[in-house]
Design a protein around this ligand. Sequence first.
Ligand code: PLP
Length: 519
Amino acid sequence: MSLNQSGWRPEAPAGADRGQGAQTATGNRALMLEERLIFEIGTSESCGVDLPAPDPDAPPARLGGLERAAPAGLPGLSEPEAVRHYTRLSRQNYAIDLGLFPLGSCTMKHNPRLNEKVARMPGFADVHPLAPQGAIQGALAVIHELGEWLKALTGMPGVAMSPKAGAHGELCGLLAIRAALDARDDPREVVLVPTSAHGTNPATAAFCGYRVEEIGATADGRVDMAALEARIGPDVAALMITNPNTCGLFERDIHRMAEAIHAAGGFLYCDGANFNAIVGRVRPGDLGVDAMHINLHKTFSTPHGGGGPGSGPVVFSEALAPFAPLPAVRLAGGRFHLVEEETQVDHGHGQSFGRLAAFHGQMGMFTRALAYILSHGADGLAQVSGDAVLNANYILRCLEGELDAPFAASGPCMHEALFSDKGFAEGFSTLDLAKALIDEGFHPMTMYFPLVVHGAMLVEPTETESKAALDQFITALASLARRAREGDPALKSAPHFAPRRRLDETLAARKPRLVWSEE
Ligand SMILES: *Cc1c(COP(=O)(O)O)cnc(C)c1O
């Protein structure tokens, strides 16, 4: 179908004013092609497949009067039109396969193709959660072996594989803590969360019915130990800590924190999203942690950010392991079993808080994560964290003269470099710099998080970037930092070269238009 047939005239197509006012008749810009919504270009007359006409002698539908009386109004495209539509849309997006993706706290590392090959093997790709256990021994073996690796890497004796992502893992951990407290009739009401925590931490605690209290940070970006020790008491159920923390620093007082919360009868939850900085080097179990989620889609390279679902297994200390959710995979008599019943007291699951999700977890992520772990081995994983930390420190030291780095004096960072907007010209913000980074061909870094730093820019390069890629990114960021300091007005209207110019994010959040209609 041509553009005219669809009634679309390219009057002022978005993006046509890029560059020096040059217009094109189509709105296309060389290889960057405009694309309308599928409802605007598709018609009910077109179809990409040939279907036989309905059999006139077919028995009437058995839908109890619910059969469709009018066409569904779905847009139809021929096969080449459909392929072009989605290919064009995909080219307007950014991906880890295109370039460096510096989103802090997200660990946007390369997704090895080996993982993909393993996940697509028949038997893994086709496995069904309701298949009889005798038919899925291989899949159960994968879940079990991955769990054993996570226990070994963290030094923790229990593991739950069913949480679907990090936030779901936090819920799993806090439900286990609640079950442990209930088991001893201990009605604690408070969960302590540092100011630098990810928003999911207080949200999870509140969702579980706890009152959240914040613990402040010191000037060097770590938890204020004096404030923490003053607050810990018999009403505190748990402390939720992130280590390394979201300022990119290791919480050196973690042993003291664990001792203080344990002495008061509470539990230590660790947000493990930053495990990529310490994997293979530090075992959270040795630090006194009672529960920690592991984002397989961060540390263990499974796709995320539009590329795949998450997976957030949780590891547990001796004290919490009996309260972990079911089902659990156990090896007994040379066979793998899914323990589904709370009555399996002999397996240490007598006090499980119950079922967290309908099934056993994200199989496609388990296969990928285990392929990644086995291809690296324990030594390789230690090199992963070492290289991730080295790359972040390279960025921090190359840019600390161009951008304010509030904790650069606190010593080396972990796997993230944190900068602030201090020194920008009046009226220039982190948002302006991030939008201009799109013009330079990079996905923006994490912005305005953690909240403890004004106009925060959290950069996580991961270990999978080469020095050449880091140098190009540093060159771009140094140039933008200079323009922000000098107040270059072009920065305020960036991006200039993206498929869309700067969007009104407030309007998009307050009045989202989620339904397309012709009116
Ligand atoms: C990513 C992240 C989470 C949440 O994990 P999801 O898998 O996105 O649910 C929690 N805390 C921190 C610090 C994170 O970076």
